[in-house]
Design a protein around this ligand. Sequence first.
Ligand code: KIV
Length: 304
Amino acid sequence: MSTRPRTPGHGAPGPGKLPITDLVGMKASHSPIAMITAYDAPSGRLADAAGADVILVGDSAAMTVLGHDSTVTATMEEMLVLTRAVTRGARHPLIVADMPFGSFQISDELAVTNAIRFVKDAGADAVKIEGAGTMLSRVHAIVGAGVPVMGHIGLTPQSATALGGFKAQGRTAAKAAKLVRDALALEAAGCFSIVLEAVPSPVAAKITELLSIPTIGIGAGLDVDGQVLVWHDLLGLYDGHAPRFVKQYANLSTEILRAVEAYIGDVRERRFPEEVHTYGMPADELAAFEAELASGAAAVPLPG
Ligand code: KIV
């Protein structure tokens, strides 16, 4: 197990931590940004070791980790616990905490309070909030308080019901033009980057061309500045419906099932533990132990 020092999450970046300015510079240098979600210390450590630029502690955790069927149930307390775990595991990537539904919609003050909790109490480097419109004022307030904000438009799962379900967005000229306006407004409000989810690729390409901050696509095609995938989708660990934009790089559910079944079989057939997993004791100590038991010295006195 690694004993690397924990990276401070806010203020001056810790040693080896990707600064936000470098992330923004990756757009100019056409270096694709690799972002992935993570929800605990091992996934944070592995995403870091694999070279991820950004880790999103997504509120998708409500579905992938906590077993809900939507992200709206995620709470601040849950997201703080998960973010703390990821910041303990990951040192180099920029760590963005997803602000859960209800933690920023009510007022600018509440949004700033909760964004600061992610930074101060959980070590996040930035927060992500879904939406534009009324949320522009939240972005402005949070950035004004010193916390970098990543925007998120297109399919915003926290408002999936209002959007008519988990569907691609911006597929008419008017809706595509609205996405462009929202992206420009989020940039003007101070976002350092914007996630574009389930957006037609020509629309995502146009937004990417018009913005000076990086766009991160998920179901937005290749012509964006970076990509994000959900940990459980990429690794084949989620057994719910996978959207069209998911590419599964491994099938760990099958592998885990095989391993756990093998363990259960070994327990039932007394094949586990083997000699190598077992502690012994010196023969003379064992003999003395047995003699002590035989002499009654280890008898437990009756109560009373
Ligand atoms: O919560 C999440 O994982 C997300 C990504 C899909 C961008 O918001």
